[in-house]
Design a binder for this molecule. Sequence first.
Ligand code: GLN
Length: 287
Amino acid sequence: MTLRDYIIEGQNILKEAGISDYENDTRVLAMFAFGISYSDMFMKMTEEMNEEDAEFYLDCINLRSTHMPCQYITGSQNFMGYEFITEDGVLIPRQETELLVEKALELTSGLKDCKALDMCTGSGCIGISYELKRREDGHKGDEIHLADISDDAIYVAEKNKYKLGAKCSIIKTDLFENIKDKYDIIMSNPPYIRTSDIDDIMEEVRDFEPRLALDGDEDGLSFYKRLAEQARDYLYKDGILIMEIGFDQYEEVKELLINNKFYNISLIKDYSGLDRIVTAYASEHDY
Ligand code: GLN
């Protein structure tokens, strides 16, 4: 069978399984399983495929038809231009989270030896890409810490650290329990979905991504409460807290931050126009 035959077969299987982006996902899995690039794919359409690769390709298609996300099948997701390993037990890095890293880089661009913490690091995507970008920008004296409670996350973050050559320390901790230092910036994309909403989200997320990384308790706000209450003790005087939030959580998160003496609270919307990133300062200042 030719590549074209396999692509048509893959598309039919995924369409039948109700995968909405079946055309794109078939291409992604064909490139992965046959080890070909995007442009190769068009050149090789009429070529006969090797049977072993084809068997692997159909296994991938069958996994996707169970609604397993492509990123868990291929084991990777690009984030900020770096290929991150994605495995069971960690959230797949999301495009909107890149905004958090971009804003964190911008807010700390004038700082020489920056100390930064990525709290609830998961795959490590926030802290690792922040460190790599800072170093590419010529900053050499930074100290970056990545923290998570989950052993799976620590394991994947370690793998990403070595794969991407990042310079950072990874700490296993329940929020600030084992954190001893103070930081210029604390970045976090904590779990923020209301427990009662989890059953209604896409199968891909609900059945395959770790609940620990999604569930923000009854009101979805439990991590923001704990971060707002505790983060000031781990920030330098002019330190910054930057967090990703759910599209309908800004007012409540803002109030939590104000009640815990954070200042200059501001909001950044994502590319879909939804409330997404909150920044706050540990002391009052004209910024
Ligand atoms: N920091 C990771 C990410 O942004 C994991 C977030 C989480 O597990 N809630 O993808």
